[in-house]
Design a protein around this ligand. Structure first.
Ligand SMILES: [Zn+2]
Length: 488
């Protein structure tokens, strides 16, 4: 089927009879995506069977084989592409016991990524009330912070804005805590009840301190005791599997373009997860979406003008390493990458895209979304954002998109033990697949084009936005400054 006609039919379907579409066999892509495809069973398989899959783990290697097999079953050409992870870090177990005069209780904890480990008998130190980790809190603690565990109060996380705020705040807290010479930082969990999660510490793999998240309930109890005048100690026992650099793999499927196969449009989602939950919202749902789009395009014989790459990146959670690896592997082709999109904010309705501070890309997205206006409203946010696999494309000067979603259940379950299959909005995930199809095919077909930005242009973007601050929060600033990572 010729694409333009296909999208016209899609427009008609979505404008008029969307609620009636389910179960009916319409011979075109979006109707196929809205139908009874393996999208949901893929997601169930990846989350319930393969499970949580931090890069470097056995489950992660199974996930790579699983993804290759899914592409193969769909008849889509796919390969695994090697890249280097800078260090192995996996938590085997984590425990804490809080004690003082007449009080002693265990507290559920999780190690933050790249936390140091402890001796088998644990590390014991005084537990101090770190307030909310502001400069004034560390001034109040003064020398007493040295060699102590500092417990930092947090507010409950509700949405993606709160998440970015949490990352930004943590970087400041950690800078103050390390300057004060603490033994470790313990964050009160920002999720309800006792839900545990992992957040990247600001120093990434360069971190040398003990970094933990403690169940909100038990951290709250400890803070009440401290504020009531109790003196407390905490014994932390972290068994960490750490090691040197190692090889990991992205899985990249491809449908070759019909008339401009040397030009590329990338749709990406990351295959890895943190290991506490099973990585359903982050990011199994969008892995399943990317796979299903490839599968249905192949099945219907849809070949747009440009080549589409369906990239399942690995190593995302530990520092966006897989997409960086992709940029290195495909360095010779980057001049011909028209657009790279990432979907990584769960299964809430796609409300538009972060378009990276490039008005020409924002306009092209508007055009690409027109066949699916019935699934809107959409609005683009034309700012650069750091935190997922668009990063290296952005720093290489390539047009990049990040799907923006309604918060739905993403925030409370982010990187948490509760991020499981049942949290995914299955109906909306299918509708999101239709939206992603329109954008991917739109960019693969449209005449509009733009050139790759130079290093100077990327630097101008940094200088005119808060991009540099975001890079510092994620520990990515030095790589750019030194020329090790990003456009040369
Ligand atoms: Zn993610």
């Amino acid at each position: 089927m010729k694409l333009s006609r296909c999208l016209l039919i899609v427009a008609a379907v979505l404008a008029g009879i969307l609620p009636a579409v389910a179960g009916q066999a319409f011979d075109h892509l979006v109707t196929a995506l809205l139908g009874d495809t393996p999208l949901i069973s893929d997601l169930r398989d990846l989350t319930d069977t393969v499970g949580g899959r931090p890069t470097g783990s056995e489950a992660n290697r199974r996930a790579v084989s699983w993804a290759l097999a899914r592409f193969e079953a769909a008849g889509v050409t796919a390969r695994q592409e090697s890249f280097t992870m800078p260090a192995l870090w996996l938590e085997r177990s984590a425990a804490a016991v809080i004690s003082g005069k007449d009080v002693k209780f265990p507290a559920a904890v999780a190690a933050m990524p790249f936390s140091a480990g402890t001796p088998p008998a644990g590390a014991t130190a005084q537990l101090m009330d770190g307030g909310t980790g502001e400069a004034a809190d560390f001034t109040r603690l003064g020398e007493r912070a040295r060699g102590a565990f500092v417990l930092v109060e947090t507010s409950e996380l509700r949405d993606i804005e709160g998440l970015f705020a949490e990352y930004g705040h943590a970087a400041q807290v950690e800078a103050r805590a390390f300057a004060a010479g603490v033994k470790g930082v313990i964050y009160m969990g920002s999720r309800p009840r006792g839900t545990l999660y992992r957040h990247n510490a600001s120093l990434g793999e360069a971190n040398e301190a003990l970094m933990l998240v403690m169940s909100r309930m038990e951290a709250g109890r400890a803070l009440r005791l401290l504020r009531g005048g109790h003196e407390l100690h905490v014994t932390v026992t972290l068994d960490i599997n750490s090691g040197p650099a190692y090889e990991a793999f992205n899985v990249v499927g491809e449908i070759a373009g019909s008339s401009s196969p040397e030009e590329f449009v990338v749709i990406g989602a990351h295959l890895d997860s943190w290991g506490l939950g099973t990585g359903a919202l982050d990011n199994g749902c969008n892995v399943a979406l990317v796979l299903d789009l490839a599968r249905q395009m192949k099945r219907l014989g849809i070949r747009p003008r440009r080549t589409i790459r369906f990239a399942l990146f690995n190593g995302e959670e530990q520092g966006l390493h897989g997409s960086w690896g992709y940029a290195q592997t495909h360095a010779d082709e980057l001049d011909h990458h028209v657009m790279a999109s990432s979907y990584d904010i769960g299964s809430g309705r796609i409300t538009g895209f972060f378009t990276g501070g490039r008005p020409e890309i924002a306009a092209a997205v508007e055009q690409a979304l027109s066949p699916v206006q019935g699934l809107g409203p959409f609005s683009q946010i034309d700012v650069p954002i750091v935190g997922t696999d668009n990063y290296d494309f952005m720093m290489e000067g390539i047009g990049n998109l990040v799907g923006n979603h309604e918060p739905a259940s993403y925030g409370p379950n982010y990187h948490a033990a509760t991020d499981t299959f049942d949290k995914v909005d299955q109906r909306q995930l299918r509708l999101n697949a239709a939206i992603a199809a329109a954008v991917t095919l739109g960019f693969a077909e449209m005449d509009a084009t733009w050139s790759r930005q130079s290093r100077e242009q990327v630097q101008a973007l940094i200088d005119s936005t808060d991009l540099g601050d975001q890079m510092k929060v994620f520990g990515l600033w030095e790589g750019w400054k030194s020329g090790r990572r990003g456009r040369r």
